[in-house]
Design a protein around this ligand. Structure first.
Ligand SMILES: *Cc1c(COP(=O)(O)O)cnc(C)c1O
Length: 417
């Protein structure tokens, strides 16, 4: 994109975008929830479809002039169905949290009991955090990961489910690096008469590519963001069995939202189209290979990787034995041009604003074309920066190496300048 009109009409915003473009081009993105969309997705997002209002659904709109928009939304739905093998898909949710809000609205009443993963064990805000709508409106009870293995203890899930009799069980997380036992969750839910709700926001791209186990066909309801491993625009979708289609649609609109963002719907369709191609499977497989390589490098360098490794695109690393907090590690890595996000570790003794761990992810590196060899170099830089965190010369020299690597692996659609 050349932004020539923006440059002419609003130089302030233009310059800010250029500055961020420079950061994205010259720094390594290792935040597990981030990625780079293709130029094609970017163009759809920036299209004139943003001018339209289309409350309702294809063929049933509350505004005129929606013939083309109906085709756009139907295309996005059809591609998503094909990609995930889902019966019914709603492509209107504006983002992951609103999608989850719509799911709760469709299946629960305020005060109903829901079983989800503890937040400091890898759950998401919208899975019952007290400061979030989910924790305010619904009665969340929690399961955790086993303190030795770092994995979800399914026997504990069953025990809590039998005791608490929740109306819904949530699986799918923001900072959990292992396969999820979808079948076992379903068996437990059936024993207590609970709905099964999978939130695959993080792993959707890996699941769509067939590189991880899918909850589709097992769970009642599935949500995902479209902008993480799936590599589409910011947004979300809800998938469900046909029998729940009407109540899910009604909860999204008019329950939670007004008009859908049609330019984003078009970009979702483009991203789903990309994910249906063979290249996407290669990308997803490489994301996992890169993450496994990174986890092995950390382990070899004496870091405590939660659960001892990873099956997906991310891992949480406890920084305690290296003598710094997650927040301090985040700042050191920022200094050398590597973006990460601090993270709690299971049963973290420290508060969420200054937790003990760091979450690392490989989707964005992989989209740039990086493979195991580059990941090993990056792991070496991370270790060197943490060991030499007081040494400005060392940090500067690593930062230069990071920039050189970034130049060799440009972000799709972003010119290094
Ligand atoms: C990222 C994430 C979301 C929410 O996404 P937003 O689009 O930021 O609202 C929901 N659930 C899980 C598990 C996530 O990781």
């Amino acid at each position: 994109m050349d932004y020539k009109n923006l440059k002419q009409n609003d130089e302030t915003v233009y310059k800010l975008i250029l500055k961020e473009q420079g950061r994205q081009a010259r720094e390594l993105e290792m935040i597990a929830s981030e990625n780079y969309v293709s130029p094609a997705v970017m163009e759809a997002m920036a299209s004139l479809l943003t001018n339209k209002y289309s409350e309702g659904y294809p063929g049933k709109r509350y505004y005129g002039g929606n013939q083309v928009i109906d085709d756009v939304e139907t295309l996005a739905i059809e591609r998503a169905k094909r990609l995930f093998g889902a019966d019914h898909v709603n492509v209107q949710p504006l983002s992951g949290s609103p999608a989850n809000a719509a799911v709760y609205m469709a299946f629960l009443k305020p005060g109903d009991k829901v079983l989800g993963l503890k937040l400091d064990h890898g759950g998401h805000l919208s899975h019952g955090h007290p400061v979030n709508f989910s924790g305010m409106l619904y009665n969340f009870v929690q399961y955790g990961v086993d303190s030795k293995t770092g994995r979800i203890d399914m026997d504990e899930v069953e025990e809590i489910a039998k005791k608490e009799k929740p109306k819904m069980i949530v699986a799918g997380y923001s900072a959990y690096s292992r396969e999820i036992e979808w079948e076992r969750f379903k068996t437990i839910a059936d024993k207590v008469g609970a709905y099964t709700f999978a939130d695959i926001a993080h792993t959707a791209g890996l699941i769509a590519a067939g590189e991880m186990d899918s909850p589709v066909g097992i769970f009642d309801i599935i949500t995902t963001t479209t902008h993480k491993t799936l590599r589409g625009p910011r947004g979300a979708v809800i998938m469900c069995k046909e029998e729940y289609a009407a109540q899910v649609n009604k909860a999204v609109f008019p329950g939670m939202q007004g008009g859908p963002h049609d330019h984003i719907t078009a970009a979702k369709a483009v991203a789903f189209g990309e994910a249906l191609k063979p290249e996407f499977k290669v990308y997803a497989a490489q994301v996992i290979k890169n993450a496994k390589t990174l986890a092995a490098e950390f382990a070899e360098k004496g870091y405590r990787v939660i659960s001892g490794g990873t099956d997906n695109h991310l891992m949480v690393v406890d920084m305690t034995n290296k003598g710094l907090s997650g927040k301090e590690a985040e700042a050191v890595l920022d200094r050398i041009g590597i973006s990460v996000s601090r993270s709690t570790v299971p049963n973290d003794p420290n508060p969420p604003m200054n937790p003990s761990g760091v979450r690392f992810g490989t989707p964005a590196l992989t989209t740039r074309g990086m493979k195991e060899e580059e990941v090993k170099r990056i792991a070496g830089w991370i270790e060197a920066a943490i060991e030499n965190r007081e040494n400005i010369e060392v940090l500067d020299s690593i930062k230069n190496e990071v920039e050189e690597l970034c130049e060799a692996f440009p972000v799709p659609g972003i010119h290094n300048s």
